[in-house]
Write a protein of this length. Structure first.
Length: 562
């Protein structure tokens, strides 16, 4: 009898525990809310919450399975002849959309129910559209593509309000995968590419409203893949795409151009209007979109399209530089400045090579290089000076200046001096002269001036060799040993002049080039003068090299003493 009170207490506690578990099974959502409101739940509360979560998850999965069973019922009805297939298709589509609405409006403390119900909607919709389009032939590809776009639009509109990222991911992944699969299966690319472009617009609009920006790479990849597949298929031979419908030039050009315009507009709104920094994804995707658009133009409109593309590149380059100078120069972070200035340089190069002749491209790039150097010095921007050097090297390559300098100083003669080479040479000399050396500066500006300085010295030496050979040809017919001696003479003279200029004008890059010229002359003596020269010319070349070898270090030290 003494143990009776304790036994009654144990029975009472056990009954309370059983009542709590029954309440948990009947009201799981209330238990979720109470468990979140409690800052430090007890052991029994944690056990009840785990039990409630397990029970709630089973209930959610069970409802999802019932939804899939309903889809099979509709599938069976569609196979029978009792109802028109189009009416059953409309009911099935509405049924899948209802599950999507339920995924957004379901009550719960976690995202699991929304993800499961959205997945149920996707599992119902995607196979159903596949059969309605391919097996039953009820829906044309254009209608199927429209339904997929409406599905993604509905999911986005419903999920934005509640910020349900899993619903966005499920809907967008389903729409993208179904569009790609149906485009391949039906061979109707344009409707599904249009649907993907609309999904990209929805995704970019949501990203600018800070909703579901993580889905952007998925949709961008799907659109890129679809447009690339279209270019690959229709750019090939006709007998390789007999199952695909014929498309006009406009239909082949529009998708790539629209994709580029979508991302250009999105990046413009984000960086200019909202003051956001451009992301790595936006940088890469905009480049991919531009390449797809350019490939479309060059493949499907090769004649007039190249000219139009070049003009578009010039306009885009001007817009990029205008934004660099007007909008992005004073920002704390320089990501937008660096990105848009690099784009401007690349677009300027592309436009010059696409729609200008060789001389015009060389002149345009040379002037742009000088302007970029002067502007970089004025604004104290090393980036603009680097881009100027890139433009200068491009002008030298396109004009044949490197080939001219090599053949004049070390290759076979005669070599033709063209107008493009003259323009590139003048641009090089002006570019280097425009760069002013500071009293004390880091290695980066010094290294930046080394390349144009070396190019300017090569140009000067090549012109001197060419001129002296021309004068010699007025009296004699230059032989191989004459050419070798004249080259040695000019190179030694240039080394001395460059060493003197570097020491007097405090330009260390010229001093380095003087020593590099000595190394070049030494190699030249071995491979050219000693092999092709007469003894008197060999002696003269060695004498000139010895004098230069002694004089250059002394001249370089003169500047250090001043």
């Amino acid at each position: 009898m003494n143990d009776l009170p304790g036994t009654l207490d144990q029975l009472t506690a056990r009954l309370e525990t059983l009542e709590q578990r029954v309440y948990v099974l009947e009201h799981p959502s209330a238990v979720f809310a109470e468990s979140e409101a409690s800052p430090s739940p007890s052991h029994e509360a944690v056990e009840d919450r785990s039990f409630a979560q397990a029970g709630g998850l089973f209930s959610i999965v069970g409802r999802a399975m019932l939804g899939i069973a309903g889809a099979y019922v509709l599938r069976a009805v569609a196979e029978s002849t009792s109802l028109p297939k189009l009416a059953v298709a409309a009911i099935a589509i509405a049924y899948a959309i209802l599950w999507l609405v339920w995924a957004v409006r379901v009550k719960g403390a976690t995202w699991v129910p929304s993800a499961i119900y959205a997945g149920t909607s996707a599992v119902i919709l995607a196979p159903m559209l596949w059969e309605l389009t391919l097996s039953f032939k009820v829906l044309p590809p254009s209608a199927t593509a429209t339904i997929l776009a409406v599905f993604v639009l509905t999911a986005s509109a419903l999920a934005w309000k509640h910020n349900l990222t899993p619903v966005l991911w499920v809907a967008n992944a389903t729409g993208a995968a179904a569009a790609l699969a149906l485009a391949i299966a039906t061979h109707q690319l344009i409707p599904f590419i249009s649907a993907l472009l609309l999904m990209v617009v929805i995704c970019e609009y949501a990203a600018r409203l800070n909703h579901g920006s993580t889905v952007r790479p998925l949709m961008a990849f799907a659109a890129d893949l679809a447009i690339w597949a279209m270019i690959f298929i229709y750019a090939g031979p006709l007998n390789a795409r007999v199952d695909y419908p014929g498309l006009g030039t406009a239909a082949l050009l529009v998708p790539g151009c629209v994709l580029f315009l979508i991302y250009a507009a999105s990046i413009g709104v984000g960086t200019i209007l909202h003051g956001q920094n451009i992301t790595v994804f936006e940088t890469l995707q905009s480049v991919i979109a531009f390449l797809l658009a350019a490939s479309s133009v060059l493949y499907f409109a090769p004649h007039l399209g190249a000219l139009c593309l070049g003009v578009a590149c010039f306009l885009l380059a001007a817009a990029c530089y205008a934004l660099v100078l007007a909008a992005f120069r004073g920002l704390e972070t320089e990501r937008n400045y660096q990105t848009f200035s690099a784009w401007g340089t690349g677009l300027l190069l592309a436009g010059s090579f696409l729609c200008l002749p060789a001389l015009g491209a060389t002149l345009c790039l040379g002037l742009a290089a000088i302007a970029s150097m002067l502007l970089g010095i004025h604004l104290h921007r090393l980036t603009l000076q680097v881009h100027g050097m890139v433009l200068l090297i491009s002008a030298a390559v396109s004009s044949g200046l490197f080939a001219y300098a090599f053949h004049t100083l070390a290759g076979t003669l005669p070599i033709t001096l063209t107008a493009s080479v003259c323009v590139a040479s003048v641009s090089t000399l002006v570019f280097y002269a425009a760069g002013k050396a500071a009293v004390e500066e880091t290695w980066a500006p010094q290294s930046l001036r080394l390349v144009p300085a070396a190019l300017a010295v090569c140009v000067l030496a090549a012109f001197l060799v060419h001129g002296l050979l021309f004068l010699a040809a007025l009296r004699i017919v230059p032989d191989v040993y004459h050419v070798a001696f004249i080259r040695t003479l000019i190179c030694c003279a240039v080394a001395l002049a460059v060493a003197f200029a570097g020491s007097r004008m405090r330009r260390p890059e010229l001093t380095r080039i003087a020593y590099a010229t000595l190394a070049f002359v030494a190699a030249k003596l071995v491979f050219e003068d000693l092999r092709h020269g007469h003894f008197e010319f060999i002696a003269g070349s060695i004498f000139l090299f010895a004098i230069t070898l002694i004089a250059v270090p002394r001249i370089a030290r003169m500047g250090q003493k001043l």
